[in-house]
Design a protein around this ligand. Structure first.
Ligand code: NDP
Length: 287
């Protein structure tokens, strides 16, 4: 039997719709959530991601503004703009589209975003809060994956969850979120020998690598839930995940497609975080 498809596109639409009442409540208090996006250079993928975020904002009732800079912008100028955005009462969330050009220090730039406006959850204060299990902004992709798992009714407590990829924006925060739900978590990376054997034991297998078709049917435990975070551009221009969708579909119990899986959820969770940042700005307590 083919795996059940976990539809991230429709879940993302319903998550965004649930923000409507919060946005209306904010409007009644004269506040419209505002998101500022920093975009440096001409990376085509970054332009697409920022455009998608702006469109989602528009559809949901969040005000968005774009701060685009040339490739060779000086770090001091970028930090100056972030300081202004931190102080701007109309801006509740700030995202810095990654990757940044090499001459810019990503850590320094991300650290310059106010933790209260860090709706991407990349600031050390928010990542630290996640580590400690305290309230804070959780990065959109891991938060979106957790919502997908919850929506699909995938049990986590006591289950083996394996994440392939250990980045700070996906793999590591996702491991913490899965631990909070009592999964037994394994993180694999480029130095992991025999990925197939480890992946085969996973009840939940999450691929966040950036290599098309890395995960094949033989690596998947029958009935497992497979979440594909990867976004890869194939030679023919199509998008593909890290999972060989067609073959894995015949083995897995449930699976997310690419596109239409994790990607839309990442954007939806950014909207959720921006609305929350706006609520925080008028003193609503953190949850
Ligand atoms: P990174 O490049 O930061 O991390 C990739 C990870 O994969 C690293 O930990 C790396 O290991 C590991 N890796 C590389 N090759 C292998 C291999 N052969 N076997 C096992 N592990 C390997 O990527 P990101 O986390 O930023 O993104 C991962 C993918 O997810 C990309 O395709 C990206 O486009 C996509 N993405 C999608 C999002 C969405 O909304 N759907 C959002 C964010 C990212 P090591 O640490 O040893 O180098």
């Amino acid at each position: 039997m083919l795996a059940k498809i976990i539809d991230g596109k429709s879940l993302a639409a319903s998550v965004r719709a649930t923000q409507k009442s919060a946005i209306d409540a904010l409007a009644a208090r004269g506040v419209r959530p505002g998101l500022a996006a920093i975009l440096v250079g001409n990376d085509p993928a970054s332009h697409v991601y920022v455009r998608n975020k702006a469109r989602a904002c528009e559809e949901t009732g969040v005000r968005s503004e774009l701060h685009a800079f040339p490739d060779d912008i000086a770090e001091t100028a970028l930090l100056g703009r972030l300081a202004r955005l931190n102080a701007d009462p109309l801006v509740h969330g700030i995202v810095v589209q990654l990757p940044l050009p090499r001459h810019l220090d990503s850590f320094r730039v991300l650290a310059a975003v106010s933790p209260m406006k860090d709706v991407d959850g990349f600031h050390a204060v928010n990542l630290g809060a996640l580590l400690q299990g305290r309230p804070g902004f959780v990065p959109g992709t891991p938060a979106g994956v957790m919502r997908l798992l919850e929506h699909a009714g995938v049990p986590l407590a006591g289950k083996n969850a394996t994440i392939v990829g250990r980045s700070t924006i996906v793999g590591k925060p996702l491991a913490l979120l899965l631990l909070q739900k009592d999964a037994t978590v394994t993180i694999c990376h480029s130095k992991t020998p025999d990925l197939a054997t480890i992946a085969n034991q996973a009840d939940i297998l999450i691929a966040a690598v950036g290599r098309a078709k890395l995960i094949t049917a033989g690596m998947v435990k029958p009935g497992a839930c497979v979440i594909d975070v990867g976004i890869n551009r194939l030679a023919d221009g199509r998008l593909a995940g890290d999972v060989d969708f067609e073959s894995v579909r015949a083995v897995a119990g449930s699976i997310t497609p690419v596109p239409g899986g994790v990607g839309p959820m990442t954007v939806a969770m950014l909207i959720v975080n921006t609305v929350r940042a706006a609520e925080l700005s008028i003193g609503k307590p953190v949850e």
